[in-house]
Design a protein around this ligand. Structure first.
Ligand code: ATP
Length: 337
């Protein structure tokens, strides 16, 4: 019997509650002992708590250090600031880790994708510093700091070493943003030379990097980049392996970690039992590994690999060629564990 963990669960908005419930059921069935603390965040929290990101949610994650989070809706244009950005900044979750791999039975144009998108999560254009200089002229500031660039570079090379990965490729636009992306590159080069010379290192201007990714993703191992580029490239990479329903993620800081899928709240399919819960379930597997619960994590992975390999349409969601729903997919995984 493993130790009992306390984990914060943020169901979120849109498809969030459905996929969070599916992930919780699968994780509970893996044999691990977890006390879940359900916490509000997102559009739903405004009514109950007067804020999209209530203080009690931040404090609970600071206390328990680990959270599994469903997506939350971020309004476009005016209105509330992003919950995701707020959470990552408040908790200093500076590294977003998004492993992108082909899965058995999930159709894709490629068969040999196995890469990790590493995104700096607290700086760049997501600093949220915007103003109107004069009517009709606005600016959004892109922030890069030496400590911020160094810590994500250090994280990337340590991650590479601990996972046996061989290469870190930085995507950048330092030909245009000579100062901000220039600093990002300068720090990556310096950390590589001083701390991880045995890991291969290279750099690509991001537009070329995107073209190379869709041409031959197998040449990439770890791709490291600043915040906005990482957001966009994560979705691009999800498209290489079957879509947003199958790519998990972790937001890691020095004192806490929040595990969440790359996808958003998908309001177009919310409440219909159509959402693929796999991305959040896989995020839960990352969380269990983080907690040292590797056996339980392996059991869940074995469960979803079996369901995907057997490929029974009634046990799979529609985004990956099935005819079943969120609940049926989760139940099928539990049966195979
Ligand atoms: P955000 O800005 O919040 O990241 P987004 O613009 O990336 O959101 P999503 O909410 O991720 O948008 O949805 C993009 C598309 O992918 C939608 O058509 C949605 O239905 C689909 N999608 C996203 N997640 C899933 C899922 N888990 N299962 C099935 N389809 C999904």
């Amino acid at each position: 019997m493993s130790v009992k963990h306390t984990v914060c669960l943020i169901p979120g908005d849109g498809i969030g509650p459905e996929v969070a419930e599916a992930a919780r059921r699968v994780i509970d069935a893996s044999g691990v002992s977890i006390e879940w603390v359900s916490l509000p965040a997102g559009a739903g929290a405004v009514e109950s708590h007067g804020s999209t990101l209530p203080e009690e949610t931040i404090r609970a994650i600071e206390t328990h250090r680990v959270a599994l989070k469903g997506p939350v809706t971020t309004p476009i244009g005016k209105g509330h600031t992003s919950v995701n950005v707020g959470l990552r900044k408040r908790l200093n979750l500076y590294a977003a880790v998004r492993p992108v791999r082909n899965l058995p039975g999930v159709a894709s144009r490629y068969s040999d994708v196995d890469l990790v998108v590493l995104r700096e999560n607290t700086e760049g254009l997501y600093s949220g510093i915007e103003n109107e200089i004069v009517p009709g002229v606005v600016q959004s500031l892109k922030i890069a700091t030496r400590p911020g660039c160094e810590r994500i570079a250090r994280y990337a090379f340590r991650y590479a070493r601990s996972r046996g990965r061989k290469r870190v490729t930085v995507f950048h636009k330092a030909n245009i943003m000579k100062m901000s992306d220039g600093l990002f590159l300068e720090c990556a080069r310096a950390i590589h030379a001083a701390e991880a010379p045995e890991i291969a290192y290279d750099e690509l201007i991001i537009d070329n990097g995107c073209m190379q990714l869709v041409r031959d993703p197998s040449r990439f191992d770890i791709v490291l980049m600043e915040n906005l580029y990482g957001d966009i490239v994560s979705d691009l990479c999800a498209g290489l392996v079957g879509g947003l329903g199958v790519v998990p993620g972790a937001n890691i800081g020095d004192s806490s970690a929040v595990f969440e899928a790359v996808h958003g709240s998908a309001p177009d399919i919310a409440g219909k039992n159509l959402a693929n819960p796999l991305a959040l379930i896989m995020s839960g597997v990352m969380m269990l590994n983080h907690l040292g619960e590797t056996e339980a994590a392996g059991r869940i992975k074995g469960g979803y690999d079996a369901v995907l390999s057997e490929g029974k349409p009634a046990e799979l969601t529609r985004d990956i060629g099935g005819s079943g729903g969120t609940r049926e997919f989760a139940e099928a995984i539990i049966r195979r564990m």
